[in-house]
Write a protein that binds this ligand. Structure first.
Ligand SMILES: [Zn+2]
Length: 345
């Protein structure tokens, strides 16, 4: 019995030493230490031994089992380390290869302008309102004091889906929807940025799809001077403190009185050049005091409430701000154009 145990120990240790991978070690463990293995077998056969032999053989059997267990664990660790090293070696990076360039995107110039204007007005206590791009004739025209036969509709021909549904020609329907929801109770202070559509032939300054940001304030005692202050603040924040503003009387069906705002030309400082077509001024936006009819139609009492509204083209701001000469650049998404705005972020 003693010889058999010694023989087992020798044999097992040789096997362990020769094992080449973890799978083999696992097999050796089962063979020698498993429930059906030779050591278990010997321990089970102890009852057949002479009583004085039992403790000696028992102790030896345990010792052999411990030695084999230890060796297996040691070898297991060695093989495991070797496997990791091999894997690392296989997956090593050749640092002499040139790196692959990661292209990082940047915000579209129109998005940047919208965010800048939004930030500015949020700072003045406005909220941002949005509405559907497919509108009803009512919200797009009638609620804004442009009845069916009004000549102003000629300038805003659009894409009609049905007789009553169209792609909105302005973001003003959001103003009408907001006033209607307020149910005649002020104050309202919103800006509405968004896409608008008109049937237009695309050229350097016209596009059938473009973006607007409109603003609306309705409250008691809102005066023309409030509009003036707001527009001047907007112009100087967006285009620079050195710019002058000029208001000219104009006409829009939904405001009375109506005006257009110009800013002094940055290129010539007001002397006149090809950019401002010799006038020294550049047209920026339309605005005015909300027409009493519009207030009334949208549930506000014009005797109690007054307000102002303004609308500006996002493309126009971006073109002036970044010196872009063709509106179509915004939509063709040529990365050579878009990447020029990368540094400015
Ligand atoms: Zn000029």
């Amino acid at each position: 019995m003693k010889e058999r145990l010694e023989q087992l120990r020798k044999e097992a240790l040789e096997h362990i030493e020769g094992a080449k991978d973890l799978k083999e070690i696992q097999q050796i463990r089962i063979t020698y230490l498993g429930k059906k293995g030779p050591i278990t077998d010997i321990l089970r056969g102890m009852k057949n031994l002479a009583p004085e032999e039992r403790p000696k053989i028992g102790a030896l059997a345990n010792e052999v089992r411990e030695t084999i267990t230890e060796k297996i664990e040691k070898k297991w660790k060695e093989l495991e380390q070797a496997a990791i090293q091999r894997k690392l070696a296989e997956e090593s990076i050749d640092v002499t290869l040139p790196g692959r360039k990661m292209t990082v995107g940047n915000r579209h110039p129109l998005t940047r302008v919208i965010e800048e204007v939004e930030d500015l007005f949020i700072g003045l206590g406005y909220t941002v309102a949005e509405g559907p791009e497919v509108e009803t004739d009512y919200y797009n025209f009638e609620a804004l004091n442009i009845p069916k036969d009004h000549p102003a509709r000629d300038m805003q021909d659009s894409f009609y889906i049905t007789n009553d549904l169209l792609m909105r020609t302005q973001t003003s329907p959001v103003q009408a929807r907001t006033m209607e929801k307020a149910k005649g109770k002020g104050p309202i202070k919103i800006i509405c940025p968004g896409k608008t559509f008109r049937r237009d032939n695309d050229d350097a300054t016209h596009s059938h799809q473009f973006m607007q940001i409109e603003g609306l304030v309705v409250d008691e005692n809102i005066r023309m001077s409030d509009l003036y202050g707001t527009l001047e603040y907007f112009a100087k924040k967006i285009f620079g403190n050195d710019r002058q503003i000029r208001l000219r009387p104009s006409f829009f069906p939904f405001t009375e009185p109506s005006l257009e705002m110009d800013i002094s030309c940055k290129i010539c400082g007001g002397k006149g050049c090809h950019v401002c077509k010799g006038s020294g001024w550049i047209e920026i936006l339309g605005a005015g005091m909300v027409h009493p009819n519009v207030l009334r139609m949208n549930g506000f009492d014009p005797e109690k409430y007054s307000g102002f509204a303004f609308g500006v083209g996002v493309e126009r701001i971006a073109m002036l701000k970044y010196g872009i000469d063709d509106i179509r650049h915004f939509y063709t998404n040529d990365v050579r154009f878009l990447h020029q705005f990368f540094q400015k972020d």
